[in-house]
Design a protein around this ligand. Sequence first.
Ligand SMILES: [Fe+2]
Length: 266
Amino acid sequence: MNDHAVLPDLAPLRDWFSSYCDSFRTSDLELQRNFDLKEEHTRNVCRNASLIAHGMGPRFEMLAEVAALCHDLGRFPQFRDYHTFKDSESLNHAHLSAQVVKQHRLLDFLPEVERASIEVAVRMHNAFQVPEGLPALTADLLRLLRDADKLDIWRVFAEYFNAPEAERASGAGLGFPDLPGCSAEPLAAVAAGRMVQLSALKNLNDFKLLQVSWIYDINFPATLRLIRQRSVLERFAAMLPQDREVLDVLAQVGRYLEGRLGESAN
Ligand SMILES: [Fe+2]
């Protein structure tokens, strides 16, 4: 499918996204703050996607931006209708994003194979793992989207956590109580080199550990470099309790990150 030498202009899609965001505009400050959060998140995921895709060819870079622009469209109706970003208490926002894409025929400017790949990447971007057996283009876009998304969720969370409570976008902490300490199950998962399951979370510190454990799920060397450049691990360390067990698992994730960076430098 390399016969479309002319790259499509993404300006109409970017404009559509701006008017889509505008269509949710409300005088309810609480709602609007959460919509703004997702608009800014989407724009940052687009930038991250371009950074990671850089050097993988202009066509792939374009598709990566399209996937990023579409990935969280479902967040807007989700928050409007349920006042939460917690999928388990509302609906699967990634499935909803894919529905919005189809309903508005956003990808009609692309050939069928590319359209299908982006739809699958959008629909699966929040799955616990990347499924086996996907076509190569779909798997590449999905892996890239997941990396680009994580990079910005880390930023959102650090900003949320460091903002005064009155200014926090309520949805960003997923409503977990800010209790002292970390629970045993998330700590054990990170210590075992596994990602923490959402169902294991009891408090906000556990949610921070879950986000730290995403470092085990990074696909592209460029993302690993951005994690180091942006001091992601150090920022989470500063937000977590300074208990021995916590420091130990953070050091372990740090060694894992350095190991992967070393491998990719060879
Ligand atoms: Fe998402």
